[in-house]
Design a protein around this ligand. Sequence first.
Ligand code: SAM
Length: 243
Amino acid sequence: MTAEHQTTARGGSGLMFDAIAERYDFVNRVLSLGMDQSWRRRAVRALELPDNATVLDLATGTGDLAILIARMAPTANVIGIDPSSGMLQVGRTKVEQQHLKDRIDLREGDAQFLDLPDQSVNAVTIAFGIRNVPDRPKALREMARVTKPGGRIAVLELSEPKDGAMGALARFYVRGIVPRVGGTLSGKREYRYLQESIARFPPPEEFAGIMRNSGLTVLQVTPLMFGAAILFVATPEHSTAQG
Ligand SMILES: C[S@@+](CC[C@H](N)C(=O)[O-])C[C@H]1O[C@@H](n2cnc3c(N)ncnc32)[C@H](O)[C@@H]1O
């Protein structure tokens, strides 16, 4: 990553994540009511990985998704990228403890500026990360660029369900409970940002439109747990373009 790129990412929420890195996994499990791992599993299944795949996990954080990919696809190699050195440090310890060092490479970097050749990976994932990226279309175009034709891109993101009684309950949870419980468990105020960034994230159909305008063909938009999380699956447009 160049100095300019580093500033962009570190000036964003990368630094903020350094502050909560130590307690991130624990708080994440509690706040998602234990659902986060099953959502990540859905994302990995949607990749339909070939043998010996190379998978890029953006906003890899403490590496939960990178580790899950390596476990669910035992011949895959994973490159995990994140601007927060604190999150990556926690992730590297987990990777070592789970003896996955030879298949998971965690690197500092920014989803908007990928230091990877065109069409060099079989799949890209980003879980609970795209909302932190300042220029989302740029990151999505980078995902399309580095993915091989026919490869899959899975974006998993939290959302505020808009309709119905469950929607109202989920909104109350995200607005009222998440910042308080997150702040109490982590001892940090950064969980207010979490709630605000979920509220600011565009509705699923609007985000799918941004994906389409960024060089991706959207294959599925799947609400999980009444729309509290959304799984977007896409393939690069160059896979489906004529000629
Ligand atoms: C909520 S965490 C998600 C971590 C992990 N993917 C997971 O499933 O637990 C969001 C991550 O996005 C990272 N992030 C912030 N800005 C980013 C950027 N421009 N490019 C890539 N990652 C970024 C943060 O450092 C943080 O680790």
